[in-house]
Design a protein around this ligand. Structure first.
Ligand SMILES: Nc1ncnc2c1ncn2[C@@H]1O[C@H](COP(=O)(O)OP(=O)(O)OP(=O)(O)O)[C@@H](O)[C@H]1O
Ligand SMILES: [Mg+2]
Length: 255
C-alpha cells in the first residue's frame, strides 16, 4: 500500500470524512470488509475496483443507507455512524446513484428541486434561483420543462448531478456518473467535476475508466473483495502490482 505521505496534493488537509474499520455484510456476503480511509477537504478522490468489489456499498455506508456491520465513521470530526439516513443531506453529504433515479412524472426542474431539503424548498424565490444557477452550470437549462424520459442518457445523468449539488453539499459522492457516455461527454463531466472542485466541493468518484480516474482524481483508492488494497497518488495506484492483478489485468482480459 502506498503511504499517504507520498501524496499529490501539496499540504495535508483536514479529513472531512473518516472511516475506521468499516464493514457492511449482507448475510454471508462481505461487501465491505474492514475499510479505513479518509476523504480530505477539497480533494477529488476516486475508487477503482472490479465489479462486486464493494464500491457502491461503501458509498451506501457513507450516506447511511447501508447499516454498518462494524466500524466507525466521523464526518467533520463528529461521530457519524449513527446519524439517520434522512439527516445525511442536511449535514452536507449528497450522492448520485449508479443507475439513473429520476422521477419521470415530474419535470427536469422539479427533479433538481428535490435535491433541496424541505425548508430550503419553501423559500421559493431563492430555491428557484439556485436551481436555475445549477442547471445552467451543468448544461441542462434548456431542458427544464421536459420529462426525464425525454432526455438523452447523458442529460439524465447531468440532471442527477444537478440534483446532488443543488443543496451545496460539502461532500459529493458520484457512483459511475459517466457510465454509458462517450469520450466527449466523459471529458465534459471531467471538466465539470474539476470546476466544482474549484468551488471547494470535496468529491468521491467511482468510475471504471482508468484514464479518466487518473486525470480527474487527486487521490485514488483501489478495492478488491470488500477490502482496500491500495491508495495514494493516482499514477502510483494504477501501477501497483496488486491493483494490476486484481483489476487492470481483468479489464485488459475483458477487452
Ligand atoms: N442489498 C444487497 N443485498 C445483498 N448483497 C448485496 C447488496 N448490495 C450489494 N450486494 C453484494 O455486495 C457485493 C458488492 O456489491 P457492490 O454493488 O457494492 O459492488 P461494486 O463494486 O459497486 O460493483 P459494480 O462495479 O458492479 O457496480 C456484491 O457481491 C453484491 O452482489
Ligand atoms: Mg457499483
Amino acid at each position: 500500500m502506498n503511504p499517504d505521505t507520498t501524496d499529490e496534493a501539496d499540504q495535508p488537509r483536514d479529513p472531512l470524512l473518516e472511516l475506521d474499520d468499516v464493514a457492511v455484510h449482507f448475510g454471508g456476503v462481505r461487501a465491505v470488509d474492514g475499510v479505513s480511509l479518509q476523504l480530505r477537504e477539497g480533494l477529488i478522490h476516486g475508487i477503482l475496483g472490479a465489479n462486486g468489489s464493494g464500491k457502491s456499498t461503501l458509498l451506501g455506508a457513507m450516506t447511511r443507507l447501508n447499516p454498518l456491520t462494524r466500524g466507525h465513521m466521523r464526518f467533520d470530526g463528529r461521530a457519524y455512524e449513527k446519524v439517520p439516513a434522512h439527516r445525511v443531506a442536511h449535514l452536507g453529504v449528497a450522492r448520485t446513484f449508479q443507475t439513473v433515479r429520476l422521477i419521470d412524472d415530474r419535470s427536469v426542474v422539479d427533479n433538481v428541486l428535490l435535491g433541496l431539503d424541505t425548508a430550503d424548498r419553501r423559500r421559493r424565490k431563492q430555491a428557484r434561483e439556485r436551481v436555475d444557477e445549477v442547471m445552467e452550470r451543468v448544461g441542462i437549462s434548456d431542458l427544464a420543462r421536459m420529462r426525464p424520459s425525454e432526455l438523452s442518457y447523458g442529460m439524465q445523468r447531468r440532471t442527477e448531478i444537478a440534483r446532488a449539488i443543488v443543496g451545496t453539499p460539502r461532500l459529493l459522492l458520484l457512483d459511475e456518473p459517466t457510465a454509458g457516455m462517450n469520450t466527449a461527454e466523459r471529458d465534459e463531466i471531467s471538466d465539470l467535476l474539476r470546476s466544482l472542485q474549484g468551488e471547494g466541493y470535496t468529491q468521491l468518484l467511482v468510475e471504471h475508466d482508468v484514464q479518466m480516474m487518473v486525470t480527474v482524481c487527486d487521490h485514488l483508492f483501489a478495492m478488491n473483495f470488500g477490502k482496500l488494497i491500495a491508495q495514494g497518488a493516482p499514477d502510483d495506484v494504477v501501477r501497483d502490482d496488486g491493483v494490476r492483478e486484481s483489476y487492470l489485468g481483468k479489464q485488459a482480459a475483458d477487452a
